[in-house]
Ligand binder design. Structure first.
Ligand code: SAH
Length: 229
């Protein structure tokens, strides 16, 4: 009996230490990788501090979840580098009351970061296994304002359009016209554009009335935007 109690106390203590460790790693990630590189959008920083990134990577990789780079999440896909997630989030200037569309749910991490800030996130994933996994995780973490949709994000999600912001996390050869059409007047879209497996350009697309402007931001490397046969 005594031994059982001691073991229980030890296991609770070690779990506590385990999660405090992740909290420290996350704080370091935000300071060193994100704030030091110029991200100063308060809501983005808060969201990056809140979302438990290690829960979005396969268990064997949890210790590397806060490293300064992308991580494999299975099915040949990756969760983006923390800085890139923060950078893309800041650039679409999300705010309370916003409705955001993400293409490429993957692990669900970027969707969770957005869900900390905005009212509603729709995220589309083309690989059903990944999409379903993200859906279950986000439900368990009580992100009630995220809807995961399985399908080809090329067509966006017409029924809930227009969106204040669209975040595309797979590299397309060109900007899908349906996504531009589903952007609100004054809305912003961020999307990596370029050939798969080469260096791509992260682009900011802004809609002002009939005027669409695009801006090249920086070279990036994303997994390819794929299409259903
Ligand atoms: N945002 C994700 C990153 C995932 S990587 C995260 O935070 O973890 C990009 C994802 O885009 C992959 O899961 C890939 O399967 C998905 N994808 C690629 N082409 C797509 C398409 N046409 N529609 C929807 N998802 C797509």
């Amino acid at each position: 009996m005594k031994l059982a109690i001691i073991l229980l106390v030890l296991s609770v203590l070690s779990q506590e230490a385990y999660s405090q460790n992740f909290e420290r790693m996350r704080e370091n990630m935000v300071r060193q990788q994100i704030q030091n590189r110029g991200i100063d959008h308060q809501a983005t920083l808060r969201a990056m501090r809140n979302v438990e990134r290690h829960l979005f990577v396969p268990r064997a990789q949890q210790r590397r979840a806060y490293d300064d780079g992308p991580q494999p999440i299975g099915y040949g896909q990756t969760i983006s580098q923390p800085y890139i997630v923060a950078y893309m989030t800041q650039l679409v200037n999300p705010g309370p009351g916003h409705k955001v569309l993400e293409i490429g749910a993957g692990s669900g991490y970027q969707a969770a970061v957005l869900a900390e800030i905005v009212e509603k996130v729709y995220t589309i994933e083309i690989i059903p296994e990944l999409g379903n996994q993200a859906k279950i995780l986000l439900e368990n973490l009580e992100y009630d304002n995220v809807e995961v949709i399985i399908g080809d994000g090329y067509f966006g999600h017409e029924s809930e359009a227009p969106y204040d912001a669209i975040v595309v996390t797979a590299a397309a050869e060109y900007i899908p016209p349906p996504l531009v059409a589903q952007l609100k007047d004054g809305g912003k879209m961020i999307i990596p554009v370029g050939s798969p497996f080469l260096v791509q350009t992260l682009m900011l697309v802004e809609k002002q009335g009939d005027r669409i402007t695009t801006k090249n931001l920086m070279p990036v490397r994303f997994v390819p935007f794929t299409r259903k046969e």
